[in-house]
Design a protein around this ligand. Structure first.
Ligand code: MG
Length: 252
């Protein structure tokens, strides 16, 4: 069942979402070669707490950290560690916060120092595909119209969308119905309605779409070792169109 949210509930998700957006901005500005992903996790936890939120991922199904930090060929769910970031890496930063029992969830992929043009293009196309999807999050559209818009943009650029992980409804739980794949034919699935709140999160591989999960049971990597990027927003569907709830001055 898809749970519709009242304006008051959307407001609470938005408060959690703004915390996520601000902390992601802070992380982006502080990512540097030589830092560890655990350093970033500490910044993330402190950033959420000092803004009055609670961390959403720590303890979720046993996940040990506040931040998912996924470097290079890691797609999602990387566990922060003593790994040091190197010039030219890319890192996916996925963060969730809770305010008054409501969740916000977003992700960005950022460059560590200077990255090559081919890598930059992967990151840019992934972010663009997020916004192509959001444009379709209009009342009256079907859910898979969103999925199709993401897939079309990604594949036109010569990349592949990950099929094993999908976006999701969000509210008083981190993951609610419906699942929101980043691929599919248009015109299918439930009709979008005002009051739905969805986390849309394209994961895009430079190579093939196959995924492998490491022995830590969390870190998902590309099977072929190719680079992967990830962007996510929590979005409310309103009669006036989609409203990004994890935005800091419009965009993260
Ligand atoms: Mg998510």
């Amino acid at each position: 069942m898809i749970i519709l949210k009242s304006p008051d509930e959307v407001d609470k998700i938005g408060r959690a979402g703004r915390i996520v957006a601000e902390v992601l901005q802070e992380l982006k500005s502080r990512v540097k070669p030589g830092m560890t992903t655990l350093d970033l996790d500490r910044i993330a936890e402190e950033g959420i707490r000092k803004r009055g939120g609670q961390t959403a991922f720590k303890g979720y199904r046993g996940f040990p950290a506040t931040l998912c930090a996924s470097v290079n060929n890691e797609i999602v769910h990387g566990i922060p560690s003593k790994r040091r970031l190197q010039e030219g890496d890319i890192i996916g930063l996925d963060l969730g916060a809770i305010v008054e029992g409501y969740y916000g969830d977003a992700a960005i992929t950022v460059a560590v120092g200077v990255i090559g043009p081919e890598v930059l293009r992967l990151v840019q196309v992934t972010e663009e595909s997020l916004y192509r999807g959001i444009e379709q999050m209009k009342a009256g559209n079907r859910l898979s119209d969103v999925s199709h818009a993401v897939q079309t943009h990604v594949e036109a650029a010569g990349y592949s969308v990950v099929k094993d992980f999908v976006g999701h409804g969000i509210g008083q739980a981190l993951h609610e119905e419906p699942q929101l794949p980043n691929f599919g034919k248009p015109g299918q699935g439930p009709r979008l309605r005002a009051g739905m709140v969805l986390a849309i999160e394209p994961m895009v591989n430079m190579g093939k779409d196959s995924v492998r999960v490491l022995s830590d049971h969390w870190t998902a990597v590309t099977e072929d070792g190719s680079l992967s990027a990830h962007f996510e927003h929590t979005v409310a569907i309103t009669d006036a169109g989609p409203v990004i709830l994890t935005s800091n001055n419009g965009r993260v």
